[in-house]
Design a protein around this ligand. Structure first.
Ligand SMILES: Nc1ncnc2c1ncn2[C@@H]1O[C@H](COP(=O)(O)OP(=O)(O)OP(=O)(O)O)[C@@H](O)[C@H]1O
Ligand SMILES: [Mg+2]
Length: 310
């Protein structure tokens, strides 16, 4: 009874799993709404691949279909044409498998549950033990600055605080994908910058891919590997701008890291080193200008550099 073949096996088995399947793959997607006033072409010919671990922001004028696209990925609505996969699965399957966390424009909290119980909900659905849930919820509420509000109810909180509860909830399961639709829209500027830094850190630490909708160009630039610029009616992708930074504490510092390539990808190591200093960096303003020019479809006057347009 000798089984020497076992000896060689562990080496191949213990190789780190490299995530090759895309987090989100959107191919030739159209979305048409039938309304009493006629057909509304919300999205047309959308092609977008978000790599595992990649941070992609969607930016574009109000009504250009950003939320619609997010809802399609989250299986809250179905495309009129084209296909969407999430980690190679249908959006419906991915939802059942809890592949993603959601933080949308409306916080969507359950009013009869306390703050802590709202954050704990995804953990309950996944069968975490009571002790694990308590520890995780405490950690998340600390992170979003609401440790003292665990026992309050949503209607006792401000809009920005409710939004932070929703963000904590979306992170509870440490999903491989976060879908965030203007999650920081209701926050004051200081809290917003702190949440941006926290999100950069969390996404880098957990390796989660993020699809993030915002109206703020600097926010998109600070957070993203790539910024997807959309045009209105029907919503199309006008341009995809890769974020490239030079200087201390920024992505380009990392000369040795293999870049993800022109089609984008995750450079979580470089993202983890994004610090507050990046907001003052020359290359940051250059990227803000690049995104603004893509949005406007024309070069921006030099005097307008570094000024936020919303
Ligand atoms: N359920 C619906 N029925 C009919 N039309 C809809 C529906 N949902 C969205 N639309 C229309 O689709 C278009 C895109 O809407 P969407 O909410 O995706 O825009 P958005 O880019 O998220 O805008 P905002 O920046 O203001 O949030 C709009 O013209 C909107 O009126
Ligand atoms: Mg929207």
């Amino acid at each position: 009874m000798s089984a020497p073949e076992n000896a060689a096996a562990p080496e191949t088995l213990s190789a780190p799993a490299v995530e090759t399947v895309a987090a989100v793959e959107v191919a030739a997607v159209d979305k048409v709404f039938e309304t009493r006033g006629g057909l509304v072409h919300a999205l047309e010919g959308i092609d977008l691949t978000v790599a595992a671990g990649e941070f992609v922001s969607l930016i574009g004028p109000s009504g250009c279909g950003k939320s619609t696209l997010m809802r399609l990925v989250a299986d809250l609505d179905a495309p009129s044409a084209g296909t969407i996969t999430v980690f190679g699965k249908t959006p419906a399957r991915a939802r059942l498998d809890q592949e993603y966390g959601i933080a949308f424009q409306q916080a969507g909290l359950l009013p009869w549950r306390t703050v802590a119980a709202n954050v704990a909900l995804p953990l309950e659905l996944h069968g975490a033990t009571s002790a694990d849930r308590k520890a995780k919820v405490a950690e998340l509420l600390e992170m979003v600055g609401l440790a003292d509000f665990a026992d309050r109810y949503p209607d006792q909180l401000s809009g920005g605080m409710q939004q932070r509860v929703a963000i904590a909830r979306s992170l509870a399961e440490q999903p491989r994908l976060l879908l965030m639709d203007e999650p920081f829209g209701a926050l004051d500027e200081m809290t917003r910058e702190k949440m941006q830094s926290d999100l950069v850190r969390i996404s880098a630490e957990t390796g989660a891919a993020v699809v993030f909708v915002t109206h703020s160009i600097p926010e998109a630039v600070f957070l993203s590997d790539r910024v997807v610029v959309m045009s209105p009616r029907p919503g199309r992708i006008r341009e995809i701008v890769p974020m490239r930074f030079a200087g201390a504490g920024t992505a380009a510092d990392d000369a040795g890291a293999a870049g993800p390539g022109a089609t984008g990808g995750a450079d979580t190591a470089a993202r983890a080193r994004r610090t507050e200093g990046l907001r003052e960096d020359r290359s940051f303003f250059d990227m803000v200008t690049a995104v603004r020019e893509a949005l406007h479809g024309a070069p921006v006057a030099p005097g307008a550099r570094g000024v936020e347009t919303r």
